[in-house]
Design a protein around this ligand. Sequence first.
Ligand SMILES: [Zn+2]
Length: 421
Amino acid sequence: MRRNLYFKKVFCSLLCIAVLITSALTGVFQTRIYAQELSLEVHFVDVGQGDCIIIQLPDGKDMIVDAGDKNSQTEQKILSYIEANFSDLDFFDYAIVTHTDSDHLGCMDEVLQAYPAMTVYRPNVIASRESFTDPVLAITQDNAITDDNIKLWNDEGASIEVNDKNTIVYKEFIEQAYQPFEIDGVQHTPKVIVSDGRINQRPQGKQSQDITGQNYSITFYSPLSYSYTDVNDYSNIFILEYQGFEFFLSGDAEKHAEEQFVQEYKDQNFDIDVFKLGHHGSRTSSSSQLIELITKESKREQVYATISCGEGNKYNHPHTETLQRLRDFGFLEKNIVRTDTSSDLVFEVRKANGVYNLYYNDTVIEKKDDIFSQIEEYINKFFVDLSQGETYAIIILTVIIVGIILVVIITKNNYSKRKKN
Ligand SMILES: [Zn+2]
């Protein structure tokens, strides 16, 4: 009898230890997974008539796309927005200026002074302000171009001086973009990239400018030419994708650049969830052909259309024709959101109970497919996040625990049988 009690005690203790080890392991790994993976946040900051988008990528990297117009109110707005919403931010990993208009690069100079950027994407346009030499030209004159992207744009036969912009604000941004800076006592020199979105026609040896991170990607599709007649068309057209959710951004790209995009990528399978209208909702952007290509008809009632424009702006953005076009395509009125009427627009892709959802201002707006694919995705995700060593450790520990429990049960059975005999 006493022996039987002893086995019960040993068995229960082992079971408890097994449960404790398993829960501890699960806890440790889950904490690790959540610590590694943040949510994706895309903030369309209300800067009046202009653009400013601040993005927190799922691996903690930060990006700014444009920085509103040049005035102290906008500068104050952007800097205080960063302080309030991105309190840990010391620098940007990426800064993109889509094109040379002041309503996009207005405060980038000041933003980069406060929060320098490791990598800067600049338009393929020379800052031609007198008594200032654009660093791209300086490099060219020395015959020592090291950046493949700049080199290949030039090798296409274009004179680098074809495209120039003679404004103080553009010159100040270019000047600041190349400034070395110090973070925690370490000196950094920004990597400055001249934007180039050619994918299919990429010349041999041309490096991709795309960004890939942990489960996310940023793909640049445009500019597709080295010289445009409309300065807006230099804008980067790019897609940010994370966990199957896609954001479409295009600066002020107009009809011509959109037509080029549609022609070049007509065979691609786009499935945009958040569509930022080009050029503040102007009638000359967001064409029917573009909407048709980048959004799926069956999903248009769920797609969000965002417009960045100033209240009562003199251009009457967004134009009524553009809004009507969206309605005709099946966009819902409640999903057309604007900075002039709703101020800052915040989108987030985050995981809850193993499932990724898209949120607008903290309200879930879309669920992914069916429950089975979500479970599958969750299980895959768990094992992908573990290193090989960690996976082996879990398997070995599980085998040991199960083995101990089996040995205890067998020994106990044998003892009971012997006792009966
Ligand atoms: Zn603009």
